[in-house]
Design a protein around this ligand. Structure first.
Ligand SMILES: Cc1cc2nc3c(=O)[nH]c(=O)nc-3n(C[C@H](O)[C@H](O)[C@H](O)COP(=O)(O)OP(=O)(O)OC[C@H]3O[C@@H](n4cnc5c(N)ncnc54)[C@H](O)[C@@H]3O)c2cc1C
Length: 478
């Protein structure tokens, strides 16, 4: 039986990055992946294809002059959408990146095995024996690992009454994000169930391409875990783009009917029905542990299906670790990567640590919405005194030149120490701008540190500096 220092189960961003880092540290590594391509949800049906379509659809919306192209003095004649080509571009990007992971595995001498990885509960010279099960259900091979890292990610969650109808060739009328990344024509009316990140991003994509989009959300307001002014500003901007929202409603059913679909929901005491031609169910994701054989080694999952871990990502069983979407916490690709790096560095005898206060969270709508650290509501509840600095993009020269003046940067700093505790940005390229604040939080920087750092002019990043100065009562340009 082949044996390794580390067996990684799952080749998503958590698993493949862990495998590479472990190989760099001198560990012998095998990575088992059940799907035909590497890269997991993120590269195949998540972060990357959604961003490819967001970029393409944004260009289309600009060209259609929904985004003020005329103000630049540019008029475009007849506009045509070649959706097949747009989807093809997305598929090409996915292919390049997933085959890139295969290349990185070869470069780092990582053994890549295709199949479902399964715990057996057996031991071989103190190592965990893992079976690799092929598509036919037969065990293709068994391998042994001193350490096993569970990086099996997540799968789509649903709600009662929703009947997925997932077929080949874009047939699905009631589908998940995976289907919504490949619909062969623009829906006339798309109903999105769930106003979370995925619902907002893919709702934006199809809305920009011409669909009427109605979003149904159980919570009473948009983005309830973010700063209230961010949620309010986002709602105003999304409505301006034509997205329709119903908050505080409970979807009770979604079913394909003929070549369309019917969604029923409870709005207070009233049951309502919407007939549409596509439904995107975007109510969240749940940990993926199917077929993993956790019971064979005595690991139990919690109420939400998550595998429990300690701060260095050890499970309750010695030599078995878990990271990414399969453990409790935010489901984010970059977090999965960092948890994996922490786990394998700990395995290799190094100190491993993930700072959960410095994890940026980005929604790639237009404008983008990014946040990290604590919100003012959380600080109020914890009784922490703070100062807020806010700078509107309207007052930023580069934003004016770009025609991207919607939004603001908000920084929350400790009232006495001035240490940055949280930040939110709504505006163009917010996802890139938040990186500075993630570094600031990681280095325990103060608003004064950012306010005194020289930011190039004219850049959107100057708004971050100005927001920091505002927290100190010294804003210049507003
Ligand atoms: C539409 C969409 C858009 C998203 N956009 C973003 C974004 O912009 N930014 C962001 O940070 N996050 C985004 N996410 C979330 C992100 O994709 C996940 O947080 C991330 O992929 C989690 O990484 P992971 O390695 O834990 O799991 P995954 O990426 O899910 O990878 C797990 C892998 O394990 C494999 N596997 C499972 N069980 C087994 C088994 N028993 N044996 C072998 N293989 C197995 C799976 O096939 C999969 O390849 C998005 C998700 C979706 C659906």
């Amino acid at each position: 039986m082949d044996s390794y220092d580390l067996i990684v189960i799952g080749a998503g961003p958590g698993g493949y990055v862990s495998a590479i880092r472990a190989a760099q540290l001198g560990l012998s590594v095998a990575c088992i992946e059940k799907d035909a391509t590497l890269g997991g949800t993120c590269l195949n049906v998540g972060c990357i294809p959604s961003k490819a379509l967001l970029e393409s659809s944004e260009k289309y919306a600009q060209a259609a002059d929904k985004k003020g192209m005329g103000a630049h003095g540019i008029a475009i004649g007849k506009l045509e959408l070649d959706l097949g080509k747009m989807l093809g571009r997305k598929d090409k990007i996915v292919k390049q990146l997933t085959s890139g992971v295969a290349m990185l595995f070869r470069k780092n001498n990582i053994t890549s095995l295709r199949g479902v990885g399964r715990f057996t509960g057996k031991r071989e010279a103190d190592k965990h024996v893992i079976e690799v099960v092929g598509g036919d259900g037969a065990v293709a091979q068994s391998i042994a690992g001193t350490n096993v890292l569970i990086a099996t990610g997540s799968k789509v969650a649903s709600i009662p009454g929703v009947e997925f109808d997932i077929g080949e060739g874009g047939a699905s009328r009631v589908g998940t994000s995976t289907e919504a990344l490949a619909w062969p024509e623009v829906p006339k009316h798309l109903v999105v169930i769930g106003a979370g990140v995925i619902g907002l991003e893919l709702g934006s994509v199809w809305g920009r391409l011409g669909a009427k989009v109605t979003v149904l959300e159980y919570m009473p307001r948009l983005l309830p875990t973010m700063e209230t002014d961010v949620g309010d500003a986002a709602l105003k901007l999304f409505k301006r783009q034509g997205l329709g929202f119903h908050f505080g409603v409970r979807v009770t059913g979604a079913v394909a009917v003929g070549d369309g679909a019917k969604v029923t929901y409870q709005d207070g005491d009233v049951e309502k029905v919407i007939e549409c031609d596509r439904v995107l169910v975007a109510v969240g994701r749940k940990p993926m542990t199917d077929g993993l054989g956790l019971a064979a080694i005595g690991i139990e999952v919690d109420r939400r299906g998550c595998v429990g871990v300690d701060e260095q990502f050890r499970t309750s069983v010695e030599g078995v670790w878990a990271i990414g979407d399969v453990i409790p916490g935010p489901m984010l690709a970059h977090l999965a990567e960092h948890e994996g790096i922490c786990a394998v560095e700990t395995m290799a005898g190094q100190p491993g640590h993930v700072n959960y206060e410095a994890i940026p969270n980005v929604i790639y709508t237009h404008p983008e919405i990014a946040s990290l650290g604590k919100t003012t509501a959380e600080l109020d509840e914890a009784g922490v005194a703070y100062r807020v600095g806010k700078f509107p993009l309207m007052a930023n020269g580069r934003a004016k030149a770009l025609g991207e003046t919607d939004g603001f940067v908000k920084i929350v700093a400790h009232a006495e120490t001035d240490r940055i505790l949280g930040a939110s940005i709504i505006g163009a390229r917010a996802g890139d701008l938040i990186a500075e604040l993630a570094v600031a939080v990681e280095f325990s920087a103060s608003a004064e540190d950012i306010g005194r750092s020289i930011h190039a002019h004219p850049t959107m990043a100057e708004s971050v500096k100005e927001a920091a100065l505002d927290a100190l009562g010294r804003v210049i340009n507003f």
